[in-house]
Design a protein around this ligand. Structure first.
Ligand code: HEM
Length: 405
């Protein structure tokens, strides 16, 4: 392997971000070898190497991008989507972030999620049992989308029969979380954001008059007692949770199954030794992640390999690149379900105060779903390969046709 370039010129290389879309892993590897960061646009950089990505997550000279900054950066027109992104606790800092995150922290505690494993397995088993036999179908829609959508519905207390309806809206809105905003689809995304807002608002309002034994009722009851945030903001946080909880896991799980079905040896090994399942899930999320990068903004000047980055610079921390960095993983382009060099905290869920609130839920959903497929549909055949599109933010998966004999 060539020796890496240790420092870069005072002006880093600028690239057109769309050139990363076709073969992102190959392009990121070439760039990572050459330089620690590339410029994506005015005041915006992609950080490529694990040695920088990991510490920058928790560097006191960086902070999370604020919602209004995100909206301005992507030139998202005024409307429900812009209001949602501006208000979301993902895109906030300090006390505002802590106050909104704490609304959900207890319900997503790892212990609570571990206790829910049996329920998650029941949902996965029911879905696998309902899949068509002997004919081709899209595994992304038929299976991978349904477990996370049904589970987020169960956790919040949304009617399970609504999960397909809101999941379709979620996939549309999720496209707003990409490093390149798809302006050509803006109207569709805006409409979906409005519809999702109305749906959640209606569900929360219903609980005010007809309380139930669910998280939505708990949220609205606490809100009525304290009124620390506007009702509209409470609705936005729940919408954010539904988006975070559905799209990422759907894409990750479908890609995991596709990777395994292309490796019959791994599939057979998992069938005979279920203790390998957790490692396979970890490896799938590393090898082709559903979240490719997270944004951060510099609060103070940072000198980065010879480049002065002033405060206010947007950094896209490429977890996707860092998780294929040979400095972090041995033989990183090799998909290895027996890998022993995963760091204790998987980088795909981020690090620091914004670390994914649903990390344990996502992991258990994927483990139990994989186990359910291995048990009840071991002969499943892959007919068309899915692709994970995009190099950062929430990545999108294409359809994946399979057949269960
Ligand atoms: C494979 C599945 C998942 C992946 C790869 C993933 C990835 C991430 C990452 C990287 C972050 C941090 C973003 C940042 O630092 O800027 C994050 C935050 C978040 N995730 Fe996930 N996630 C997944 C599943 C879930 C699930 C199942 C839920 C909820 C049910 C969820 C809800 C959230 C929320 C609410 C945040 C914001 C946390 C905060 O800002 O404090 N995610 N996720």
């Amino acid at each position: 392997m060539n020796k890496r370039t240790q420092s870069v010129a005072a002006h880093p290389r600028t690239i057109d971000p769309t050139t990363l879309n076709d073969t992102p892993h190959t392009r990121l590897a070439e760039l990572r070898q050459e330089t620690p960061l590339v410029q994506l646009g005015p005041n915006q950089y992609l950080v490529l190497r694990a040695e920088h990505v990991v510490p920058l997550f928790i560097d006191p000279r960086t902070r999370q991008i604020e919602g209004p900054e995100f909206v301005a950066l992507h030139q998202i027109p005024d409307g429900t989507l812009a209001q949602f992104l501006s208000d979301l606790f993902l895109f906030s800092n300090g006390t505002a972030h802590r106050a909104k995150r704490s609304l959900f922290a207890r319900s997503f505690a790892h212990r609570v999620m571990r206790d829910a494993r049996g329920q998650i397995r029941t949902v996965a088993d029911e879905i696998v049992a309902s899949l068509p036999r002997g004919k081709s179908f899209d595994f992304v829609e038929g299976m991978a989308a349904r477990v996370p959508a049904d589970m987020i519905a169960a956790i919040l207390g949304l009617p399970r029969c609504d999960s397909r309806y809101f999941a379709a809206l979620v996939y549309s809105v999720a496209r707003a979380f990409s490093p390149i905003y798809p302006h050509e689809h803006h109207q569709e995304i805006e409409n979906a954001a409005g519809e999702l807002y109305d749906y959640v608002e209606q569900q929360l309002s219903l609980r005010m008059t007809a309380p139930e034994d669910d998280l939505l009722t708990a949220l609205v009851t606490d809100w009525q007692a304290e009124r620390g945030i506007r009702f509209e903001s409470l609705v936005f946080q729940v919408v954010g949770l539904i988006i975070g909880g559905s799209d990422t896991t759907r894409a990750s799980f479908a890609m995991l199954v596709a990777l395994l079905l292309q490796r019959p040896g791994d599939w057979a090994a998992l069938r005979s030794d279920p203790t390998l399942i957790a490692g396979a899930v970890n490896e799938g999320m590393r090898y082709d992640p559903s979240v490719g990068s997270v944004p951060r903004v510099t609060k103070a000047p940072i000198k980065f390999d010879g480049i002065d980055l002033p405060p206010g610079t947007v950094l896209r921390l490429s977890t996707m690149s860092a998780m294929r960095d040979p400095a972090l993983y041995l033989d990183p382009d090799h998909f290895n379900i027996r890998r022993t060099d995963h760091p204790r905290l998987h980088m795909v869920f981020g690090l620091g105060p914004h670390r994914c609130i649903g990390d344990m839920l996502a992991r258990i959903e994927m483990e139990e779903s994989l186990s359910a497929v291995l048990d009840a549909a071991p002969g499943i055949e892959l007919e068309t390969l899915p692709r994970m599109l995009g190099f950062g933010g929430l990545r999108q998966i294409t359809p994946m046709h399979v057949r269960i004999p």
